[in-house]
Write a protein that binds this ligand. Structure first.
Ligand code: BJ8
Length: 422
């Protein structure tokens, strides 16, 4: 028994299956994270948050709900957290990175659906996710066809609201997006019962920007040679950024960055200087999807960047803080979000530019493109990514995989061969 059993029961979780999930997660985390040598002191906070992922954080959400706050669950970095915070709501990322629940999901979704979609549907059907169960509203979006159609099915089981995301970035698309933001603002005001005012929105913009700024600082520091932190640890930090309290998270990552600075000053790295530096690019790796980073970092390489929504794509741009009126702030939010270079857009040349820039700035020896099996936007775009990287003289390995452990050995063989070659 745990001190949280009563809370989980109240949330209608399947207690036995949930206990099984937590024990597998704990073992997986121990093997992948706690075995690392020379880890930063600041990672203890992340270890703690992860160990309490379904415990303390859910308790905090429940306490906030008892005080009348609303919890908004999301699956995509297009959902503007600034609006939710400005209405005194709490936003949490829901997309899941584990296979538990796959069997249940495949009863209502085609088998050839990406693992991320099957995972959140499976978590709901198997009653395994206390975040889904804590959400007063779940916000979907019209990005890829898989998610778009899955939300129709998912809405039979949970309170779903869908935002329309344009597919192009012309003036008419910007108009559509702005209208969608306004519609979302109304929805959030209705759900929370709070009006979004200019002072509230200004404060929320600053809060979310501060979190982006500290993650940008982290990325600048890790770009050092030798890198002072493992890619696995930075991935975990990015994953946790989606559900931790934003102010607390920003403060803790600030402290971790101070520690990184002193490591860099002392010339210390997490790996020897000559270790091949690789960058990941592609689909988001939702918690606890650590398979590929683990394979890469146990094949003699280190990851120094993630061109992904659980990574740089989510923190590259800030919302302008120059806006004064509510209207100007909403415009600034619309502009910032429409710069996201998701593969669901056509054309999506900004992403190609960003990948080349990152590869150059981070001084990488190679790029591993990661796509979840059946993810058309990213598997298709991988060919273009490979082409531009080839022109820049950067080797790329294209990996398509899911959350199962069946292909670990095969992945290891391919990654090791790639690391040898770069
Ligand atoms: S802005 S990347 S978070 S949509 S892996 S479900 S694309 S079939 S996740 Fe994404 Fe928003 Fe874009 Fe980012 Fe579909 Fe592909 Fe599955 Fe995906």
């Amino acid at each position: 028994p745990t001190p949280y059993d009563a809370m989980w029961e109240k949330l209608n979780l399947d207690l036995d299956a949930h206990a099984g999930l937590l024990s597998v997660l704990g073992k997986f985390y121990g093997d992948i994270y706690l075995t690392q040598q020379g880890r930063l002191k600041g990672m203890e906070y992340l270890d703690f948050v992860l160990s309490e992922v379904h415990g303390l954080r859910i308790q905090e959400l429940q306490e906030a709900k008892a005080q009348g706050k609303k919890v908004i669950g999301t699956f995509c970095v297009f959902v503007p957290e600034e609006l939710v915070l400005a209405a005194d709501g709490i936003q949490v990322g829901l997309c899941a990175g584990a296979e538990a629940g796959k069997g249940e999901a495949e009863k209502i979704l085609p088998r050839n659906t990406c693992a991320l979609i099957k995972s959140f549907v499976g978590f709901k059907l198997s009653r395994l996710c206390p975040y889904i169960e804590s959400s007063d509203l779940i916000v979907g979006e019209t990005t890829c066809d898989g998610k778009k159609k899955a939300y129709e099915i998912f809405s039979d089981y949970a309170p779903v609201y869908v935002m329309e995301i344009p597919q192009m970035k012309n003036a008419c698309d910007r108009d559509l997006w702005k209208a969608e933001l306004l519609r979302f603002k109304e929805k959030i005001e209705e759900i929370t019962g709070n009006a979004i005012t200019a002072p509230k929105l200004r404060e929320a913009i600053r809060k979310v920007n501060d979190r982006r700024r500290v993650l940008q600082r982290l990325n600048r520091l890790r770009a050092n040679v030798p890198t002072p932190i493992s890619g696995r640890d930075v991935l975990l930090i990015n994953q946790i950024s989606f559900y931790d309290d934003p102010d607390r998270f920003t403060a803790k990552i600030g402290e971790l960055c101070d520690e990184l600075e002193s490591r860099i000053k002392a010339g210390e790295g997490i790996v020897p200087k000559q270790t091949p530096r690789l960058m990941l690019s592609g689909c988001p790796m939702a918690v606890p999807n650590w398979k590929l980073p683990y394979v890469i970092e146990s094949s003699g390489a280190v990851i120094v960047g993630e061109e992904s929504c659980i990574g740089t794509r989510n923190i590259r741009d800030l919302v302008s803080e120059r806006a004064e009126t509510l209207e100007e702030m909403l415009d600034a939010i619309a502009d910032r979000y429409l710069r996201i270079d998701c593969a669901c857009f056509t054309p999506n040349t900004e992403r190609l530019d960003h990948i080349s820039e990152m590869a150059k700035e981070l001084n990488v020896d190679g790029v591993i493109h990661f796509a979840l099996s059946f993810c058309q936007p990213y598997t298709m775009e991988a060919f273009k990514v490979e082409k531009i990287l080839k022109e820049a003289g950067v080797p790329m390995l294209s990996i398509e995989t899911d959350y199962s452990m069946e292909d670990v050995e095969q992945l290891k063989t391919r990654v090791e061969a790639f690391v040898e070659m770069v």
